[in-house]
Ligand binder design. Structure first.
Ligand code: URA
Length: 211
């Protein structure tokens, strides 16, 4: 099966999912979007109001801030794959429950397996905690862990994981926005550049080979 046909199957499964009660409240599930060969994956918590209406991740005010943060890291939205730990909006934007995260986790793992990112940016406590679990590392809280890179394996892939605050938390808290901007401007930018130049040099050496 090719990557894109297994991806289509995955999206279909998410759109039809009734594994947890969140399907009763949702307007549209939000599978995620971006290039399937992206080296960088951004993982948020769960869709909010605007995402539930449109079926697309990070399109509301937090998404606008995410675009700005990506720019600080020298990135554009169109070159990263964006998704969430939970694919349906929890009522009134409450935190997703552990059993909802658990039921949805197989979709995230399938996305990681298909996209094979080199780097994952986990936005917010829920996403960071879930990904720390996957790499077998103990979560000690955002104050300590934000902007710290961790190397680990998920689905047999070597991945650099960088947690930071959720953009929604920065919308009304200038001190959080400052930290987020600093994380994107420094550590995330450095790793993104490395990951992208690895890809470019691999493509270049293949081209050299064929020229
Ligand atoms: N918050 C998230 O965690 N994800 C979205 O897609 C939007 C807001």
């Amino acid at each position: 099966m090719t990557g894109s046909s297994s991806y289509e199957d995955l999206v279909k499964a998410i759109l039809e999912c009734r594994k947890c009660p969140l399907y009763k409240f949702r307007n549209k599930p939000v599978p995620g979007e971006g290039p399937l060969d992206s080296k960088i994956m951004i993982i948020g918590e769960a869709p909010g109001r605007y995402e539930d209406i449109s079926g697309r991740p990070f399109v509301g005010p937090a998404g606008k801030l995410l675009d700005h943060l990506l720019n600080l890291a020298g990135l554009e939205r169109k070159e990263v794959y964006i998704t969430n730990v939970v694919k349906c909006r929890p009522p009134k934007n409450r935190d997703p429950r552990p059993e909802e995260i658990e039921k949805c986790l197989s979709y995230l793992l399938r996305q990681i397996k298909i996209i094979k990112p080199k780097m994952i940016i986990a936005l917010g406590r829920i996403s960071a905690n879930t990904l720390y679990d996957l790499v077998g590392r103990r979560w000690r809280g955002m104050k300590i862990e934000h902007g710290v890179s961790t190397e680990g394996k998920i689905e047999e892939l070597n991945i650099v994981l960088i947690p930071t605050y959720h953009p929604a938390a920065a919308l009304y808290r200038p001190e959080v926005k400052k930290i987020l901007e600093e994380d994107f401007r420094t550590v995330i930018k450095d790793y993104a550049r490395k990951v992208k130049s690895d890809t470019v040099s691999k493509k270049k050496s293949l081209l050299d080979f064929f020229s």
